[in-house]
Design a protein around this ligand. Structure first.
Ligand SMILES: [Zn+2]
Length: 265
């Protein structure tokens, strides 16, 4: 069986369901955390960073919907992600829509321009969904870190209740991301990682390479109780041509990222 196909993704979801996980959107997590009403049972937040090819996101959104699951989809403002019909279709399936912001990179680090750009983009996405959570786009090739905007401004002033990098309690929640086209790609990730906790998780053996490794850990109850699983739907496809393209492109990207990380050391 190939990894990063739609059937593998469905298998991941049904395994989580069989293991008794509750599914929360990030918005639901933030509200419940604020009210002190997070479930006692294991829960999982499915986060999707729609970096490109939003049609793949709709496929994933449909599979989740068929299984009665709601997830969180973060869209970028750039055209390779921001496709109004697809955003509307995903919101119509009951999923949360959020803003995958990269304003600092888009305006080359000018904070006044960046906050204006952020506000305009947020207002735009609120035409599709009452957006109340945001999530940084890692932009590995940019020298600007989107989160630096929050050294000068406060996103709560924009009626935003959560940003995973700041508002997730990773002391009680394991973070898994398919960055690098595997689940242990934090080694090659420039920004999509949780440095303080990753070392503890690695020491505890909570690292998984393939989706099948993650599935096996869930079904054998070896995984941490609470999870945030971030996926980039562009890499999940059942088309052999697109699947091979993504495999080759990601291998190349991982080499470039390793060089970038090496150069900044
Ligand atoms: Zn991204």
């Amino acid at each position: 069986m190939r990894d990063f196909t739609l059937s593998t993704y469905r298998h991941l979801l049904t395994t989580l369901q069989q293991a008794g996980y509750h599914f929360l959107t990030f918005e639901q997590y933030c509200v419940s955390q604020g009210e002190g009403t997070l479930p006692d049972t294991p829960y999982v937040i499915l986060r999707h960073d729609v970096d490109m090819r939003p049609l793949n996101s709709l496929r994933i959104a449909q599979i989740e919907h068929q299984l009665g699951i709601r997830a969180s989809y973060y869209f970028r403002i750039v055209p390779q992600s921001n496709q109004p019909d697809l955003i509307r279709a995903i919101a119509a399936l009951g999923h949360e829509i959020g803003y995958h912001y990269e304003d600092m990179a888009l305006v080359h680090g000018d904070t006044t321009q960046a906050i204006a750009h952020f506000r305009r983009s947020l207002a735009y996405f609120r035409r599709f969904y009452p957006v109340c959570t945001i999530c940084m786009h890692g932009a590995p090739t940019s020298r600007f870190d989107g989160r630096d905007l929050w050294k000068y401004y406060n996103y709560h002033d924009e009626n935003i209740i959560g940003e995973p990098y700041f508002d997730m309690d990773f002391s009680s929640c394991l973070y898994l991301t398919d960055t690098g086209r595997c689940f242990d790609g934090y080694k090659v990730s420039v920004r999509d990682k949780i440095p303080r906790y990753q070392d503890q998780w690695t020491a505890a053996g909570l690292t998984y390479h393939s989706t099948f490794d993650v599935i096996h850990a869930i079904s054998s109850h070896a995984l941490h109780r609470n999870l945030m699983i971030t996926t980039h739907p562009q890499r999940w496809t059942s088309s052999t041509v697109a699947w091979t393209q993504e495999l080759l492109l990601q291998s190349l990207k991982n080499i470039v990222k390793r060089i970038l990380i090496y150069m900044t050391k």
